[in-house]
Design a protein. Structure first.
Length: 120
């Protein structure tokens, strides 16, 4: 018998078949990570568990992430909405676009630069 079958059978026995997952995250992974992507194809993945805090500065149009090992700053427009999503650890990736394509972008959130600084 497969493990998936056993889990579904247990749900039926407990009279909760197809109980929806009420968490704010997708149920596809137990570990929450945030992937930063640059226009040149470079990427960096950080775990939400090591995110100490993040600061949103609307005057500078930037969000700074304070991880245990790195400080990551993203710059762009429409970051207020991203700040709200980060409160719930919802975003899975933050992708920077070339600044010259910002005017053509139809996205609500537009990141133009990602700066990573290693902590000593």
């Amino acid at each position: 018998m497969s493990q998936d079958y056993k889990l579904k059978f247990d749900e039926m026995r407990s009279n909760e078949p197809g109980k929806p997952d009420d968490s704010l995250h997708g149920s596809d992974a137990h570990v929450r990570k945030l992937k930063f992507l640059w226009p040149n194809g470079k990427s960096k993945t950080m775990n939400y568990a090591y995110l100490i805090s993040h600061d949103y500065d609307p005057a500078l149009n930037q969000i700074t992430f304070f991880y245990t090992s790195d400080t990551i700053t993203i710059v762009g427009c429409g970051l207020e909405h991203l700040d709200e999503l980060l409160f719930y650890n919802i975003p899975k990736k933050i992708e920077a676009v070339n600044p010259r394509y910002v005017a053509l972008s139809k996205e609500k959130i537009c990141v133009t630069d990602i700066i990573v600084e290693k902590k000593l």
